[in-house]
Design a protein around this ligand. Structure first.
Ligand SMILES: [Zn+2]
Length: 253
């Protein structure tokens, strides 16, 4: 092999390497109940690597509502294309807290005149971070959207101070977002803005309200049932008692 073709091969090899590192898997859409679709999008997160995020599309009577936008403009556009390809009328989107895996597509949706929703608290956080806010602010603790197809509930702080969950009464499905941890995880995930002291009581509230949930959808990882709420409470109790112990240790020193 002459030196020129050697370099050519090296360039191709390095090109493939960087492509492999940066390739983001395609948006996935999976029906989990009649008229309820899980959308799964991916992103590279510093310190975590490739991470997938769950959201929903809830359809009733050919009208669709998005719960959490995909993690990029590209995948938001793909999801909207998919909704339109099914001839569903897209009524809007609700974001369950301010982080990008819930809100990255808000700007794209706003630019395409699709109604976006978030709580006032989430919108205030988005405003303070200089990010696009949802056009509609939800006040109060419980809010019905799309004629009661979705109910938004604020359990109290946990993953973040603004995390809400979405209950689908017709389907008995709880979308827990990042507040709810999947069964395969033994940690609370990103806790940079978490309220670990509040998380156990907030989780207990969900267990009380939604003990009849048939399906529980976490923000990341596999879909499960009420067991995910118990698992989340267990992880939160463990983390908060550990935090209390280390505070007590510092105080006693
Ligand atoms: Zn988050």
């Amino acid at each position: 092999m002459n030196i020129r073709s050697y370099y050519l091969l090296l360039i191709i090899f390095l090109g493939c390497m960087s492509f492999a590192r940066e390739a983001i898997p395609r948006l996935e859409i999976i029906e989990i109940d009649k008229g309820v679709f899980l959308h799964k999008s991916y992103s590279q997160v510093e310190g975590w690597g490739l991470v997938s995020a769950n959201g929903l599309v809830v359809v009733n009577d050919h009208k669709a509502f998005i719960v959490d936008t995909p993690w990029s403009d590209r995948d938001t556009e793909k999801l909207v294309d998919w909704i339109r390809s099914k001839s569903y009328e897209l009524l809007g989107s609700i974001s369950t807290h301010s982080h990008d895996d819930r809100t990255a597509g808000i700007k794209w949706l706003n630019n395409h005149s699709i109604p976006t929703y978030a709580t006032t608290l989430t919108n205030n956080i988005l405003r303070d971070k200089g990010k696009a806010q949802a056009r509609n602010s939800l006040e109060g603790n419980e809010n019905a959207l799309a004629n009661g197809l979705l109910e938004v509930f604020y359990p109290g702080g946990g993953h973040t101070i603004d995390n809400v969950v979405v209950w689908l009464p017709k389907h008995q499905i709880l979308f827990g977002g990042c507040f709810v941890r999947s069964r395969e995880t033994e940690g609370l995930g990103y806790i940079g803005e978490a309220h670990i002291d509040k998380w156990p009581a907030s989780a207990e509230k969900l267990l009380t309200n939604y003990s009849n949930a048939k399906i529980v959808v976490p923000g990341h990882g596999a879909v499960g049932d009420v067991e995910l709420l118990r698992h989340t409470k267990y992880l939160a109790v463990k983390a908060s008692s550990k935090a209390e112990k280390s505070i007590a240790k510092v105080l006693s020193e």
